[in-house]
Design a protein around this ligand. Sequence first.
Ligand code: DGL
Length: 270
Amino acid sequence: MAVGIFDSGLGGLTVLDAVTKRLPDVPFVYFGDNAHAPYGVRDADDVYALTTAAVERMFGAGCDLVILACNTASAAALRRMQESWIPHDKRVLGVFVPLIEALTERSWGDNSPPREVEVKHVALFATPATVASRAFQRELAFRAIGVDVEAQACGGVVDAIEDGDMILAEALVRSHVDALKRKMPDPQAAILGCTHYPIMHDAFQVALGEDVSVYSQANLVAESLADYLERHPKMVGAGTESKFLTTGDVRKVSDRATQFLRRQITFEAA
Ligand code: DGL
């Protein structure tokens, strides 16, 4: 039994950490496509090609269910994958919907018509590709009316995190929050719409101020996966072993992952 967790690099570890704590008996196969990160500056065809190659590898490692713990891949490739690529006995799920359901006060899979919600002014921080896709606004419009979303493409943040340059990452977060505030001075909520960004959660919270509720995906995705597996227990695939796969430099990626998760993580070549 194994469930796949995919990201372009290290960001999906924020989701892996939460799902491992929520579902300690499920083996997880993590795949970081570090050699090709960041995805956020690539076009949709490129993201589709890289994501399908990685997911294929995870099917090969015994996963029947793969979570795209990458907003960029969820925004740029998931719909096309679901329409024509995913084999009938496999599932690939994204990370957008659980977050938008939480923001719009909905329970899992509530597909009732859009309605007014408490939050009116939302700041979205995401990669350039996710912002350009407008996927977040589309999913939100299915569920809520009257919500003003201001999106800020956070160029450079993923690269800095992948390089382990946290000082640069923090400076970039501050400057992206400033840019957002020039467009929307008083957001009520902020969405960290990239799984790398929770690593910088405190920097976002300080720059935004204490009154802004900062939403990130890890725990929401963990809850929604637990719920999904309860309803579809057979989707825990044939793999029995947890492992960490990367297309990048095995030692460098293992060191960074160990630093982020504060426990020994050993990657192997994908
Ligand atoms: N963690 C990915 C996301 O959630 C980062 C994308 C990238 O590699 O730029 O969007």
